[in-house]
Design a protein. Structure first.
Length: 179
């Protein structure tokens, strides 16, 4: 059966492999394929009821980010990113956190338009906004409602298609596990 990659648009007869849901232990099997064009591994058919994989106890549904940014480790990330934004040539922090180190590795700038897709309630974009990124946003069609934080971060209850229809982004991030 011919498939089309949702990321790069490459089409063809891709090899199907099965992957099981392991986060909650249901072990439900899903057909997946890896695009030979961009290398993205993706589910072949997105379930109509995908919201059931994000129950009320999902890790990012009940975060208090105002308290989180007071933690020494998170404050260190924010301060390091602020130094980087102030002078990217002199300050290349070596952040041990993969999600944050990609910011400096890619050379993201303070005014870049950045979208985090599937961010739930927005932990990573919240940290980025606290550090001084001006145009960072989140999108997740499965949040209960749209969110707006005191620091100006907005999380939209929208899909990536809705967020890219006519809009331009410098970076679009997809997160695979918690910070």
């Amino acid at each position: 059966m011919s498939r089309v990659c949702r990321i790069c648009g490459c089409s063809g007869e891709f090899e199907i492999r099965q992957a099981r849901e392991m986060f909650y232990g249901t072990r439900e099997a899903f057909d997946c394929f890896q695009c030979p064009g961009c290398g993205c591994l993706q589910i072949a058919e997105i379930p109509d009821d995908i919201g059931r994989f994000y129950p009320d106890n999902y890790y990012s549904k009940n975060m208090d980010y105002t308290e989180m940014v007071k933690q020494k480790r998170i404050r260190g990330f924010i301060d390091s990113l602020r130094r980087y934004l102030a002078n990217p040539q002199k300050s290349k922090p070596r952040l041990k956190d993969q999600d944050l180190s990609v910011i400096t590795w890619l050379g993201m700038k303070q005014d870049d338009r950045i979208l985090d897709v599937g961010c739930r309630t927005g932990r990573l974009p919240y940290i980025m906004k606290e550090a001084g990124f001006c145009n960072v946003f989140g999108a997740d069609p499965f949040v209960d409602s749209e969110l707006e934080y005191d620091n100006g971060l907005k999380i939209y209850k929208k899909s990536i298609e809705q967020m890219t229809d006519g809009l331009k982004w410098d970076f679009i991030m997809f997160k695979r596990e918690p910070l």
